[in-house]
Write a protein that binds this ligand. Structure first.
Ligand SMILES: NC(=O)c1ccc[n+]([C@@H]2O[C@H](COP(=O)([O-])OP(=O)(O)OC[C@H]3O[C@@H](n4cnc5c(N)ncnc54)[C@H](OP(=O)(O)O)[C@@H]3O)[C@@H](O)[C@H]2O)c1
Length: 271
């Protein structure tokens, strides 16, 4: 895909970027975009082979940057603590954290939902994101500061039937984000929350436990955002001058009004 020329010209304020959930979708697109802008990358996710193949591809294309991979589950506080302990003693350290790993599991009403789906969403989207913040923030508390990007969602501010717990996790992430803007004010650390609408990634495949047909129906007959659209916006936020911050960005497809209400290609409204 040819990106808008504007985004290819951006110069990053901070160039050492750790991305969770970098093995697919939005996180992977952010990694590709920032590698092209000369950033060193720390790529985190569970699927090691995906991370290594992305690392090899980026190192080949951009030999002047360094790309590190860490195969871990953000639901493990110990694993996240170990990662940041190792980074703290290294010469090259991240000064940007993109807290992106997350998922929706299932689309059931509260009284019909699978408890395991709730645990996965809460443990990853809320507790996992918190572990990354708890152990990652000390790296950013330097005179040079840094930038934290939260990958939230339009459902951080709205709800839909079947989305109670996924929405609750993104509402929680929004509360954490706004709290951190207060707690981190004494340091030159910027905080940006990105709130995307429908983005075509592996998100729906994960939500529907690998059911390809059901996942495709989500994006059928509409024009959703692409992961690269979100990556462009993240790059833009990271490129702003030191004294400028975008605390919240809401981004949807042009044909999307709410989490579920979209205009189909034939002009009719779904949802
Ligand atoms: N797609 C959308 O419509 C949409 C809209 C709004 C917000 N978002 C948010 O955007 C973020 C990225 O989602 P996406 O759309 O790019 O979906 P995706 O393609 O499924 O990517 C999710 C990423 O999160 C990682 N991940 C999931 N659980 C993890 C865990 N326990 N530990 C470490 N990494 C984990 C996955 O890697 P592994 O499986 O390899 O661990 C993968 O790299 C999520 O927070 C999601 O809530 C998505």
């Amino acid at each position: 895909m040819v990106r808008h020329f504007f985004f290819t010209l951006l110069t990053m304020q901070y160039t050492h970027v750790l991305i969770t959930g970098a093995s697919s979708g939005i996180g992977e697109a952010i990694a590709r975009s920032l590698a092209a802008k000369g950033c060193h990358l720390w790529l985190v996710a569970r699927r090691k082979e995906r991370l290594v193949s992305l690392q090899q591809e980026l190192q080949k294309e951009f030999p002047h940057i360094q790309v590190f991979t860490f195969a871990l589950d953000v639901r493990s506080a110990e694993a996240v603590r170990g990662l940041f302990n190792d980074l703290a003693s290294g010469e090259l350290r991240p000064n940007v954290i993109v807290n992106n790993a997350g998922l929706a599991a299932g689309l059931a009403a509260v009284d019909a939902a699978d408890l395991e789906d709730w645990h996965r969403m809460i443990d990853t989207n809320v507790k996992g994101a918190l572990y990354v913040l708890k152990y990652g923030i000390p790296l950013l508390k330097t005179p040079q500061g840094g930038h934290i990007v939260h990958m939230s969602s339009v459902v951080s501010r709205e709800v839909y039937a079947g989305g109670s717990v996924y929405s609750a996790t993104k509402h929680a992430l929004d509360a954490i984000h706004r709290t951190l803007r207060l707690e981190l004010l004494p340091w030159p650390i910027k905080l940006t929350s990105i709130n995307p609408g429908l983005v075509e990634t592996e998100f729906s495949l994960v939500r529907f436990a690998g059911d390809v047909d059901r996942a495709q129906q989500v994006y059928e007959d509409i024009e959703p955002l692409k992961a690269e659209d979100i990556a462009d916006v993240v790059a833009y936020c990271l490129s702003l001058p030191k004294h400028v911050n975008l605390p919240e960005v809401h981004i949807t497809a042009s044909a999307q009004a709410t989490a579920t209400k979209v205009r189909k290609k034939d002009g009719s409204i779904r949802g």
